[in-house]
Design a protein around this ligand. Structure first.
Ligand SMILES: C[S@@+](CC[C@H](N)C(=O)[O-])C[C@H]1O[C@@H](n2cnc3c(N)ncnc32)[C@H](O)[C@@H]1O
Length: 159
């Protein structure tokens, strides 16, 4: 089935190279970015200012093709793509939970963003701990390395 999705806006960040940037929001906690929502969707931002955190869904627009087996940034072993957060995937959709600082018209200022400047935004949802926070009991192969996302930067493996 083909699904048509159009971007609702653009995410602007300080990152202009896929190499050397954060690999998760946990490694970008001081990074401020801006989202510019297409004017036609601005009305849909009503009531969003009451939320401290947002779920962003976006297109890894600089990702070409995909690998079902790949070596993710946080490992030196090959893993199935769906067990990773790698950008090169069949549907190149990324997810980041960011801190909302302010909304001015169609511009949102956010903190903790790990995407390339110019990334097309697909959707915004409010982050609600009651809905979204789980008592996690297993994080698979990331058990040993998940904390490394706070300091590891991307390399050119997916460029
Ligand atoms: C490992 S992904 C994780 C993104 C998101 N937090 C997730 O879990 O879906 C983050 C990396 O994707 C790459 N990336 C970021 N924005 C991109 C874009 N617009 N197109 C292609 N690759 C991108 C960068 O190398 C960045 O370090």
């Amino acid at each position: 089935m083909n699904i048509n999705i159009s971007s609702i806006g653009i995410i602007h960040t300080p990152f202009d190279s896929l190499k050397g940037m954060p690999i998760q929001p946990s490694g970008a906690d001081k990074v401020t970015g801006t989202i510019v929502i297409n004017k036609e969707y601005e009305l849909g931002l009503k009531d969003l200012e009451g939320f401290s955190h947002l779920i962003l869904l976006y297109n890894f627009h600089q990702s070409k093709g995909y690998d079902l087996i790949l070596t993710p940034f946080l490992d030196d072993q090959k893993r199935g793509v769906f067990s990773t957060r790698a950008p090169r995937r069949p549907n190149p959709i990324g997810l980041s939970i960011v801190n909302l600082l302010k909304i001015e018209g169609n511009r949102l200022t956010i903190k903790g963003i790990d995407v390339l400047d110019g990334t097309p935004l697909i959707d915004i949802k409010p982050y609600v701990p009651e809905f979204d926070s789980k008592a996690v009991t297993a994080v698979g192969w990331l058990e040993k390395t998940q904390k490394n996302a706070t300091f590891l930067k991307s390399d050119d493996r997916f460029v």
